[in-house]
Each structure stands twice: as C-alpha cells, then as structure tokens.
Write a protein that binds this ligand. Structure first.
Ligand SMILES: [Zn+2]
Length: 187
C-alpha cells in the first residue's frame, strides 16, 4: 500500500513507536534451509480466503516469505530478522496513525490521520499489518516491501516512479495466480 503525496509515493514502510508487545511472533527465526525441492515449492498453493477465516494463517508466512524471496532473487539471510505480523484487531487506529504520521514527518511530509487502516509494512517495527479481510497475496505484497527495505535498503519515500510499489503489485499478482487456489466461496 502506499500514499501519493506531492507526487511522491510514500510507500508506507512506516515508522512509529514500538508500543505494543510482540503479540504475534510469527516467522520462526532463521531455520536452516529445508530440503524441499524447487518443484515442491513452486507447486505449493495457499487458501484463498480472508485471513480471519484461515485457521492460524501465520502457519503460511515462512513459506510465503521464501517464495517471495525466490521471485525477487533474494537469498535469505538469517541475520536479518523476519517481520512479525499483526492484524487490525491487534493494533489500534491511533497507533496505526501514530506510526504513519511519524514516518511522514521523518520524510518531510505533513502528518496524517486516516479513518481506516490498510495493509502495510512498518519498517521501524519490522512489522506487517494485515486487515481481517486481507488475503495471503496481500501478505506477499507486504513481504516485498520488507525485502525492499531490509535487504535492498531502498527508500520508499524517494521513489518518484513508484517502482517499489509496482514491484510489490507485480509479485502480489504473480503469487495470487501461481500459488492461490480459487474456491466457490471466493468468486
Ligand atoms: Zn505496497
């Protein structure tokens, strides 16, 4: 997700104050590479439902992280912490806006107050926010932002051609097409 302000896409890799506890540890840290063939990985599909309707959706986060890393040609580095994930039930709107505004201010923009949350990667907290209605391809999108910031050290606040957001959308669409299974419920 990103905001367009003054012609600059501020892809909200976001700042803020780490104010709530690590409710949701998520990605297990630094596992040795597992002996799974590329074919097995590529054929892996994920449920196509809102995360609130998936039992323990975080069980998929490591797999999605690896798949997105592969698509981006990124080699996972165990010294770089994986992101945690929260859903909108685990963060207040005020906290959301505090993080967004801190990020805006740090990058020379006016603070904002949004009436609702949107999926986002908060770079200071190294945390991904999903809505209850988000699907797993949305998680893949935010993981792209995580890699852009943590692995490539890209600056979302200085991205005049929206390249970072475009890349996230591209990988998200690819993930949806290749790795998610449509069911009657979702169409
Ligand atoms: Zn985005």
């Amino acid at each position: 997700m990103g905001f367009r302000m003054k012609n600059t896409l501020v892809s909200l890799g976001l700042a803020g104050i780490l104010m709530f506890s690590p409710v949701t540890s998520t990605f297990s840290q630094a596992q040795p590479t597992q002996a799974v063939s590329l074919e097995q990985k590529v054929s892996k599909t994920f449920p196509y439902k809102p995360v609130k309707d998936i039992e323990n959706f975080r069980q998929y986060s490591d797999d999605i992280l690896e798949i997105v890393a592969g698509k981006m040609n990124i080699k996972l580095n165990e010294n770089i912490p994986k992101p945690t994930i929260v859903t909108e039930d685990e963060i207040t709107l005020d906290e959301f806006n505090r993080r967004v505004s801190n990020y805006m201010i740090e990058h020379g923009f006016e603070p904002v107050y949004l009436n609702g949350m949107c999926p986002m990667y908060f770079e200071k907290e190294n945390q991904i926010l999903l809505l209850n209605s988000s699907t797993l391809h949305s998680l893949a999108h935010e993981i792209v932002h995580y890699f852009q910031v943590q692995y490539r050290h890209e600056d979302a606040a200085n991205d005049p051609y929206d390249a970072l957001e475009k890349e996230a959308i591209y990988v998200q669409r690819w993930f949806e097409k290749e790795h998610m299974k449509q069911t009657e419920n979702t169409r």
